[in-house]
Structures are given as structure tokens and as C-alpha cells.
Design a protein around this ligand. Structure first.
Ligand SMILES: [Zn+2]
Length: 133
């Protein structure tokens, strides 16, 4: 599939912080309760940290207790992509930014209503664009 943004690893390395590069490009996972947003109640739109694509709205964020920012749905199904991930001996569904392909986190089936989904996202893969108060 053709992406809007295509960059080489070297280009990403220059643009992202080492932590962002590790999560978004190397598909890493930050340690729980260490990220910037897991406890955030601030309102706004969460963007992909790599390219600024709007991926989640604070309205759909919920307290999951996992130590990662959790959402029950993305802003639009077109803004994120999912793919089966069989690494680490688990069967999970990976969530990526559809615009640049950055790894954001994983989605699980144990979320709250109305979707029953839990998008478990790394803070380092997000950038909050706060709403004007
Ligand atoms: Zn992106």
C-alpha cells in the first residue's frame, strides 16, 4: 500500500528523538507508567508523533490502569492501520499510523463500550494538540 509519507530510516533517525525512533520505527514499547500521556486528562487531539496525522481524540481516552494511554476508538478508521503481529510469542494486532506507517501500539478486545476495543498506545508515539480553552 502506498503511504502519503515515505522516509528512510536515516531520515526518521534525524527527525525523531531516540525514544520515538525506537517505538515508531523499531516497533518498541515504552515501559508502562513512564510515558507522558498515560495519566493525561487534557483535552485535544492526539497526533502521530512522527508525522502529525490525527489518530486519537481525548474524548475516547479511558483509564485502563495499564500504564499506557488507552483509547476505545481511533479518530477515523482511515487514519490508523492494523496488522496481525506474531512477534514475542503472542498474537496481537499492531496499530500503525496510516499516513507514515509509524508503529503506535496494539489493539485488544477487552476495552469498554461502545466498541469493546482497547487501543493501547505508546505515549512516545503521540503528540497532543491541546484544545483551546
Ligand atoms: Zn504518522
Amino acid at each position: 500500500m502506498k503511504r502519503k509519507i515515505e522516509k528512510t530510516e536515516d531520515q526518521w533517525k534525524q527527525e525523531l528523538s531516540p525514544e520515538q525512533f525506537h517505538i515508531c520505527i523499531e516497533k518498541g514499547t515504552e515501559r508502562p507508567f513512564t510515558g507522558k500521556y498515560h495519566n493525561s486528562k487534557e483535552e485535544g487531539v492526539y497526533q502521530c508523533a512522527a508525522c502529525g496525522n490525527a489518530v486519537f481524540d481525548s474524548n475516547t481516552k479511558f483509564e485502563s490502569g495499564t500504564g499506557w494511554p488507552s483509547f476505545y476508538q481511533p479518530i477515523s478508521g482511515e487514519n490508523v492501520e492494523t496488522e496481525e503481529d506474531r512477534t514475542h510469542g503472542m498474537r496481537r494486532t499492531e496499530v500503525m499510523c496510516s499516513s507514515c506507517g509509524a508503529h503506535l501500539g496494539h489493539v485488544f478486545n477487552d476495552g469498554p463500550r461502545p466498541t469493546g476495543l482497547r487501543y493501547c498506545i505508546n505515549s512516545a508515539a503521540l503528540k497532543l494538540d491541546s484544545k483551546e480553552k
